[in-house]
Design a protein around this ligand. Structure first.
Ligand code: ATP
Ligand code: MG
Length: 267
C-alpha cells in the first residue's frame, strides 16, 4: 500500500514499511518488530520530534566520534532496515568501519546485511568473520572482530541491548547509543545516550559532525599544522563538555513529562 504524504503519521508508517521490507529481505528478525514497537510508544509520547536533550547528547557524541582513535559503528537487523544509508554516510565521514552484530545471529542474515551496506556504498564492513568475544556475554552477540569492536575506543551502538552495552563499557570503551527509551538499561549504561528515533538522530549527528569538521579545519588553517585537536583524551573531552549522561536522561524524561502534562491541560 502506498502511504499518502498527507497522512498525519506518514513518517511512522514509512518506518513500519521499512521494517517489514527488512523482514522480507531476510535482514531483520521478527523480534525486531517487537523492539520497534517499544520504541514507537516512546516516540509517540515525545511527539515524534527531537528533544533538546537529544541535541545536547548529539553534540557530545559528535565530539567523541571525531576525537576517537578507533571508532566503530555497530549494525543490527533493525538498524540495517531503518537507517543503513545514514550509517554508511557516517562511516565514510569519520572513516570508521561498520560491524554487523546480531542478537538472533544467523550467518545468512549477517551476509545479507553486509551486502546491503556495501550496496549503499560502505567501504569497510566487519562482523562476518568474528575472531574474538566480548567478555561477560553468553550468546552470539558476544562475537566481535579484533579489527573492529573488540579493539574500538568508541562504539556507536544504536538500538542496543542493555547487557551488551554494559559489557562494552566494562571493557573500558565509550559507548554512544540511540534509543527512544530513556529508561532502558542501554540508555542508563551508555556514555552518551541519544534519546531519539534512529533516523532523526543519525541525520542530526551527521550534520553536527560536518559542522564541527568545518570548524576544526578553519582552526587548523588559523593555527597552522602544529595545532592538534587530539591534545586531550576522551574523558577530558567529556569533562570539557560538562556532560553527565544520567542528568541528560532526566532532562529527556522531564521534557516528555512536561509535554504530556501540557497536552492534558489543553484538552
Ligand atoms: P534494554 O535491554 O536496554 O533494557 P529493552 O530490552 O527494552 O532495552 P531491546 O529490545 O533490548 O530493548 O532494544 C531495543 C531498544 O531500541 C528499545 O529500548 C527501544 O526503545 C529502542 N528502539 C526501537 N526502535 C527504535 C527506533 N526506531 N529508534 C530508536 N530507538 C528504538
Ligand atoms: Mg534488552
Amino acid at each position: 500500500m502506498k502511504i499518502p504524504k498527507s497522512h498525519p503519521r506518514y513518517e511512522s508508517l514509512k518506518r513500519r514499511d521499512k521494517l517489514v521490507a527488512g523482514i522480507e529481505a531476510g535482514i531483520t528478525s521478527l523480534h525486531g518488530l517487537i523492539a520497534h514497537g517499544r520504541g514507537e510508544a516512546f516516540d509517540y509520547l515525545m511527539g515524534e520530534r527531537t528533544l533538546e536533550s537529544a541535541l545536547r547528547a548529539t553534540e557530545v557524541a559528535a565530539a567523541l566520534l571525531l576525537m576517537a582513535k578507533r571508532p566503530v559503528l555497530s549494525v543490527n537487523g533493525n538498524v540495517a532496515a531503518l537507517a543503513s544509508k545514514e550509517m554508511v554516510i557516517l562511516s565514510g565521514l569519520i572513516n570508521a568501519p561498520l560491524e554487523v552484530n546480531l542478537f538472533h545471529r544467523t550467518e545468512e542474515r549477517v551476509k545479507r546485511i553486509k551486502e546491503l551496506l556495501e550496496r549503499e556504498g560502505a567501504k569497510h564492513v566487519l562482523g562476518d568473520k568474528p575472531d574474538s568475544r566480548i567478555p561477560g556475554i553468553e550468546h552470539a552477540r558476544a562475537l566481535a572482530t579484533r579489527e573492529g569492536i573488540y579493539s574500538a575506543d568508541v562504539v556507536l551502538a544504536p538500538l542496543e541491548d542493555g547487557d551488551r552495552c554494559e559489557a562494552l563499557i566494562a571493557m573500558g570503551k565509550k559507548v554512544i547509543t540511540i534509543d527512544l527509551n530513556p529508561l532502558s538499561r542501554t540508555s542508563r549504561y551508555a556514555t552518551v545516550s541519544i534519546v531519539d528515533d534512529i533516523e532523526r538522530a543519525l541525520r542530526n549527528l551527521i550534520s553536527v559532525i560536518e559542522t564541527k569538521r568545518e570548524e576544526q579545519q578553519q582552526r587548523q588553517q588559523q593555527h597552522g599544522h602544529g595545532y592538534s585537536s587530539n591534545s586531550f583524551n576522551l574523558d577530558a573531552l567529556l569533562r570539557a563538555y560538562d556532560y553527565d549522561n544520567k542528568a541528560n536522561l532526566k532532562a529527556a524524561i522531564k521534557e516528555i513529562a512536561t509535554r504530556l502534562i501540557g497536552k492534558i491541560g489543553n484538552e
